[in-house]
Design a protein around this ligand. Structure first.
Ligand code: PMP
Length: 457
């Protein structure tokens, strides 16, 4: 019960008074009524505990209700709730400097927003104003937001409406070395390799050349000679933890810059240490973007987002007022600042690398054992497990089968996510505080769910 209301009553309210689409997004046939969270755990209304390996799409980076982050926001809440954009609020300055210190030169100017869509909207605007060009390129399968503007960047059919969203957005082929036509075992930077045969010679990646070839063709056929920018998630999130050939970003950034465009890394899911080897996903590709957008993990569940860019680009953005009432509000700054402290103090990035590598290595053993586990990939705790009918065809496992396994995993006490253009990929993006024991529990649950599914066939 919640305030005297039963689950049935709550669902009836949800159907009548809440965005009806959210009924679909709750994913489960029998929805989970979440009541409380602590670190990697959540409890439902009946007091049942779940191991949360999705943490709301990686929003909760350092753990649900992390005591230090909670203490920081409560302390601030007792002092001031307001905009920081009219007066000088010391916490904003402290936070912007701290956040900027986590980015390489020349990325030093911070704009704070309330969400990822807002951050990407702002980045689009800045890219267009700075370059004087209009067109923007993204990958198929990408997700960059659900606002009118960012829906144009997003290339994931269930999230698109048949209306005029932002014009001037063009999608290139996603350099997906498992599902795409080219690539294989050694193309990407992951502790586990794909099982797919790879025709790349030592030191030379044929797949990279092919996908870069598609990008060039997109420039030649679908875009004017000068463009505004390129948005790329270092590892696709909603697209299903898709990783690209190692040199793709480097070459793509060069081609974009040659056409007058700026490069934007969407770190909404991959930032803040999640990929383990680096604090930011783009660092794994050895590139420096012109803008970095972030959200979710930046606030450990508190609504926040940011764009960090260069002084030069910021200079192009001073001709009119840019006002965002709550972007960088005192609570957000207190949360953001303590999240950065906790990442360091708790060693969450290092844990991400250690536990994530263990998870992927063990999951790859299950992949080799079961025909329907097609691919295991990712870095740190940004992990995808792509399900197929069989390894030879790589046909996506149908939605009904995916949902059955997914529900079964939940019923055994573990929450994971789903993604991929065909809904064929399980996503594991837990709070970065999970342990090896949690992983062992998940692997046992996952294998049991595979067995249960096979028994029904
Ligand atoms: N970019 C990426 C990579 C995302 O995954 C998301 C959200 N799923 C967004 C942007 C949009 O963020 P928000 O929902 O906070 O607007």
């Amino acid at each position: 019960e919640y305030k005297g209301m039963s689950k049935e009553q709550l669902l009836a309210i949800r159907r009548k008074n809440c965005n009806p689409m959210t009924m679909k997004i709750t994913y489960y046939k029998k929805p989970v009524f979440i009541h409380q969270g602590y670190m990697q755990w959540m409890w439902d209304m009946d007091g049942r505990r779940y191991l949360d390996l999705f943490a709301g799409v990686a929003t909760v980076g350092v753990g649900h209700c992390h005591p230090k982050v909670t203490a920081a926001v409560v302390k601030q809440m007792k002092k001031l709730w307001h905009t920081t954009n009219i007066y000088v609020q010391p916490a904003l300055h402290e936070y912007c400097e701290k956040l900027a210190s986590h980015l390489p030169d020349p990325l030093k100017v911070v704009y704070l927003t309330n969400s990822g869509s807002e951050a990407n909207d702002l980045a689009m605007l800045m890219a267009r104003l700075h370059t004087g060009n209009f067109d923007i390129i993204t990958f198929r399968g990408s997700y960059h937001g659900g606002s009118m503007q960012t829906m144009g960047l997003t290339s994931n059919s269930p999230y698109k409406y048949p209306i005029a969203t932002s014009s001037g957005c063009v999608n290139a082929m996603c350099p997906d070395v498992f599902r795409g036509p080219w690539g294989g075992s050694h193309c990407r930077d992951s502790p586990v390799q794909t099982i797919r045969e790879c025709s790349c010679a030592q030191g030379y990646c044929m797949a990279n050349e092919k996908y870069i070839g598609d990008l060039k063709e997109t420039f030649a056929t679908s875009l004017p000679s000068r463009i505004a920018g390129f948005f790329g998630e270092p590892i696709q999130g909603m697209g299903g933890a898709v990783q690209y050939p190692k040199n793709y970003f480097k070459e793509a950034y060069k081609l974009v810059r040659e056409r007058g465009g700026v490069c934007i890394a969407d770190e909404v899911q991959t930032g803040f240490g999640r990929t383990g080897t680096h604090f930011w996903g783009f660092q794994g590709y050895d590139v420096i973007p012109d803008m970095v957008t972030m959200a979710k993990g930046i606030g450990n569940g508190f609504p926040m987002g940011a764009v960090v860019t260069t002084p030069e680009i910021a200079e192009s953005f001073v001709k009119a007022y840019h006002f965002n009432t709550f972007g960088g509000n005192p609570m957000a700054c207190a949360v953001g600042s303590s999240v950065l402290d906790v990442i360091k103090e708790d060693g969450t990035q290092q844990n991400s690398l250690k536990v994530g590598t263990y998870l992927m290595t063990e999951m790859a053993k299950l992949r080799d054992k079961y025909e329907i586990i097609g691919d295991v990939r990712g870095k740190g705790l940004q992990i995808g497990v792509e399900m197929v009918k069989d390894k030879a065809s790589r046909t996506p496992l149908p939605p009904a089968a995916m949902s059955g396994i997914f529900e079964d995993i939940k019923d055994m006490g573990v929450l994971i996510g789903k993604g991929g253009v065909y809904g064929q990929t399980f996503r594991v993006q837990p709070p970065m505080c999970i342990t090896k024991e949690d992983v062992d529990f998940f692997l046992a649950v996952f294998e049991k769910a595979i067995h249960n599914y096979m028994a029904t066939k």
